[in-house]
Design a protein around this ligand. Structure first.
Ligand code: ATP
Length: 301
């Protein structure tokens, strides 16, 4: 009988792995809007992301050979710190996230996590170590509980509850008549951008990755939602290495370090107050956003 069960067991495992993989990939592709272009080197070891440092070492990258997007980019993110990447549209911010996930390999330089070149480790092990929190997360047409629980195979109800609490979505769920069994998505309850983001955070917390990548949406949020997201982000970033790709500078003013990217080069780096004093690109962007946020609502939208 065992001989019959073993293949079934294996099949179940393969199915779960593929399902998990596909779901994650689908979300990543939607977020990153790209195709897989890289392969594992034969016999590549798993990534050991401890301590979870991230280092870009003279990275040169272009999507097309004739157009370089990142021109020898170097920076380091210390384990447990929160680093923000800001800069004008098209500067290459999201490209950094795509490279960290290894959707593409750089044409020059290296990307290291805990000192290991990410091009030389297994991709699945790399992606296990990084949690993405997109702002407009896609939810499945399923229950809230399911949407959180798929962050980790075999998560218990208590785990889901804890993740929801840590992501500051539990009070909202508790108020719903069906709680975690509430159907969401196209055919169910519609959630706001901020609520969806917190579901995504809860999911990511279940996955419990040492490295977090926040990819902030360009769309405008009301200031209350922005504040909520900011405080949730600060909380979940604690004890994790965080890279935050930001459009609204107010959400990252407290980052340990801010990298100001311009046309694929690091133009400035430092803390918020240092960068303001410098009076360069960051200060200019900050002044502009402050002026915009002070403008009448119709004008800002
Ligand atoms: P935004 O603030 O507008 O989101 P960004 O700083 O995140 O911009 P990226 O998305 O990293 O910018 O894009 C950097 C450059 O790379 C842009 O000029 C963009 O047109 C180009 N680019 C992005 N994705 C691709 C792609 N798949 N193929 C070719 N070029 C691309």
């Amino acid at each position: 009988l065992m001989q019959l069960f073993r293949p079934l067991d294996l099949l179940g495992w393969v199915y779960r792995t593929i399902r998990q993989g596909l779901v994650d990939m689908a979300e990543m592709f939607r977020l990153m809007d790209t195709d897989v272009e890289v392969e594992d080197v034969p016999g590549a070891p798993a990534l050991l992301a401890q301590p979870p440092t991230v280092q870009f070492d003279n990275v040169v990258f272009g999507y097309e050979p004739e157009r370089t997007i990142l021109h020898g980019l170097s920076f380091e993110v210390a384990a447990g710190s929160r680093v923000a990447i800001v800069g004008p549209s098209g500067a290459g911010k999201s490209t950094i996230g795509r490279l960290l996930f290894r959707f593409y390999d750089p044409q020059g330089g290296r990307i290291l996590i805990a000192g290991q070149d990410i091009a030389r480790v297994r991709q699945d092990s790399l992606r296990e170590q990084i949690g993405i929190v997109p702002q407009d997360s896609v939810l499945f047409n399923d229950t809230l509980g399911y949407n959180i629980a798929y962050g980790r195979d075999g998560a218990s109800d208590e785990d889901v509850l804890q993740a929801a609490e840590d992501a500051a979505i539990l009070p909202f769920i508790r108020k719903l008549p069906d709680g975690f069994d509430t159907e969401v998505g196209e055919r169910g309850l519609k959630l706001s951008g901020g609520e969806k983001q917190r579901v995504a955070i809860a999911r990511t917390l279940l996955k419990n990755p040492p490295i977090l990548l926040f990819d902030e949406a360009t769309s405008a949020l009301d200031s209350r939602t922005e504040q909520d997201i900011l405080s949730t982000m600060q909380r979940v970033s604690r004890d994790r290495t965080t890279l935050a790709i930001a459009h609204r500078l107010s959400t990252i003013a407290d980052a340990d370090e801010i990298l100001v990217l311009n046309e694929g080069r690091l133009e400035e780096q430092g803390r918020h107050t240092e960068l303001l004093q410098r009076g360069g690109l960051y200060a200019e962007m900050w002044d502009r956003q402050q002026a915009e946020s002070g403008a009448p609502r119709e004008a800002a939208e």
